[in-house]
Design a protein around this ligand. Structure first.
Ligand SMILES: C[S@@+](CC[C@H](N)C(=O)[O-])C[C@H]1O[C@@H](n2cnc3c(N)ncnc32)[C@H](O)[C@@H]1O
Length: 493
């Protein structure tokens, strides 16, 4: 297997793609020997996933105690102390290191990498240095902040560069936000500096969407628009693939566009949930139905919609442990490929699928907005609702209403908007398309839009889980990139 080192690993989206690639005999092509990440919750998720891979590869199948954990019959702690899983977790803890990369800590990270590679010279470096400082949102928020250009996060890519110079992987795959293409510091554009720095140690840089045969690549050639490649989400990210010149490797084949896949393809098979009500954690079905009835009455007052009767509905829960419905899929279609990927070896219950609580006014807004999505799939603006339903704060009457766009239904028949790391705070922007459920998306729904398989379990509190999901490279996209990297290395034809 080809060793992989994953730095700034997040919850492991990029790594999941590499770990999933199999050769024609069904053997794994890549083996992650080290993941470095500093956040505690992400490290827990990564460790569980690393152990899951080992336990799922056992000759006799997963140990019973691990199956019970997947079925939520026992807790994580109960499973973790069982002797049957001890060896797998010992390996996983050796692979996943909680560590902060920095110039000062290089001697320690160098030691870890040397130990993990054990002298092997054909290996792959993956990961994306953190993006906050030069992400577009980060820049606009910090326009007047003098400390911005000195922010060390601009320069965390230097840690990536250091590892390339010191350990010379055959290939590296570096992911980042689009903002890095236009971000500037005192000396000029950051992207030009990064490109020159990455080439200097003897690497050629390639895009996964524009062939290098077409001549020198302009910066935007490195942007991958995920929705063009079988991902149910508009996520545009920079991916740079570097090949060590002296290894004389063939250039990667670019990714093949697929038919679009949608929110429906991604989340419709998940168990339906009702929302929680803020400050009423124990709200009963009747209390919740009363809010829905109120919303329905508001909807009926609107002139333009042919309306069905108020649905009696089934008794939806706020937390679901039942299993998603398994759809029979044709894996030769993009939607079938996505569903087969999401549902492969799914656990018997749905993980990370718990509805958040919202204020009653927001629940009504969610119901109305989701019910008023147009036939061609446009989410209505909050200002198109009667004024009684406009949010109370701020300047809704101004010509420019920045927060008007804060409410968005993720419509069924299109890819979703980008799942971002602050999704935990942005429920309004991720309204579930089914008005009946009157809620924002769960962690599992966000994870599905990011193409994490259902057996990928996120640990930490809910905010931390959302952050992990939003930070990741979609694993299915990563798998497509990893397949091409495998071809370059002659491991997969
Ligand atoms: C964009 S996320 C990476 C996502 C990952 N590539 C994936 O596909 O899941 C960046 C991660 O870098 C971590 N990080 C930030 N600064 C770090 C540092 N100095 N050392 C180690 N990890 C760091 C953050 O906690 C965050 O999880």
């Amino acid at each position: 297997m080809i060793p992989v080192v994953d730095i700034f690993a997040g919850p492991g989206g990029l790594n999941e793609g590499f770990s999933s690639v199999r050769d024609y005999s069904g053997n794994r092509v890549f083996n992650t020997v080290l993941s470095i990440e500093m956040e505690t919750a992400a490290v827990k998720t990564l460790t569980l996933r690393a152990a899951h891979r080992i336990l799922s590869g056992c000759a006799n199948g997963q140990p019973e105690v691990y199956k019970k954990f997947l079925a939520k019959e026992i807790t994580y702690q109960e499973m973790r102390v069982a002797p049957e899983v001890a060896e797998a977790f010992a390996h996983a803890e050796d692979e996943v290191r909680q560590f902060e990369l920095s110039e000062e800590s290089r001697p320690d990270s160098d030691r870890m990498i040397r130990h993990a590679l054990q002298g092997q010279s054909d290996w792959v470096l993956i990961g994306g240095p953190p993006c906050q400082a030069y992400s577009l949102a980060g820049r606009s928020r910090r326009k007047h902040d003098e400390t911005f250009k000195d922010d060390h996060k601009h320069f965390l890519y230097k840690e990536y560069l250091h590892i390339i110079e010191e350990f010379r992987p055959s290939i590296f795959v570096m992911e980042n936000v689009k903002g890095m293409l236009s971000s500037k510091n005192g000396d000029g554009k950051i992207f030009e500096l990064i490109e020159a720095d990455l080439r200097a140690p003897g690497y050629d840089l390639h895009s996964m969407v524009v062939s290098s045969d077409t001549g020198a690549l302009i910066p935007s050639a490195f942007i991958i628009k995920s929705e063009q490649f079988g991902i149910p989400q508009k996520r545009h990210r920079v991916i740079i693939v570097g090949l060590r010149r002296d290894a004389q490797l063939p250039a990667p084949k670019v990714l093949q566009p697929t038919a679009p896949v949608t929110v429906r393809d991604s989340i419709s098979s998940l168990p339906r949930l009702r929302s929680g009500i803020s400050r009423k954690p124990k709200a009963t079905w009747d209390e919740w139905t009363a809010v829905r009835q109120q919303a329905h009455v508001c909807l009926r007052r609107l002139p333009r919609k042919e309306l069905a009767e108020f649905p009696s509905g089934s008794h939806l829960q706020t937390v679901s442990v039942s299993r998603p419905s398994i759809e029979s899929v044709d894996p030769t279609t993009a939607a079938g490929e996505l569903q087969a990927w999401l549902q492969a070896d799914a656990p018997p219950v749905t993980w990370n699928h718990e509805a958040r609580g919202h204020m009653v006014e927001d629940l009504v807004r969610y119901y109305l907005l989701a019910a008023l999505v147009t036939e061609d799939g446009v989410s209505p603006k909050v200002r198109s609702l009667p004024a009684a339903h406009w949010p109370k704060h701020g300047n809704i009457n101004n010509v420019v209403v920045p927060f008007e766009d804060r409410f968005r239904v993720q419509v069924w028949n299109k890819p979703s908007s980008t799942v971002v790391s602050h999704i935990a705070k942005d429920g309004h922007y991720y309204i579930h398309p089914d008005p009946e459920q009157m809620r924002s998306l769960t962690v599992r729904e966000a994870a599905r839009l990011q193409t994490f398989p259902d057996n990928y379990i996120f640990l930490g509190n809910r905010t931390q889980q959302f952050t992990q999901v939003g930070n990741a490279v979609p694993p299915l996209l990563a798998a497509k990139i990893a397949e091409r990297v495998a071809v370059i290395l002659g491991a997969y034809a």
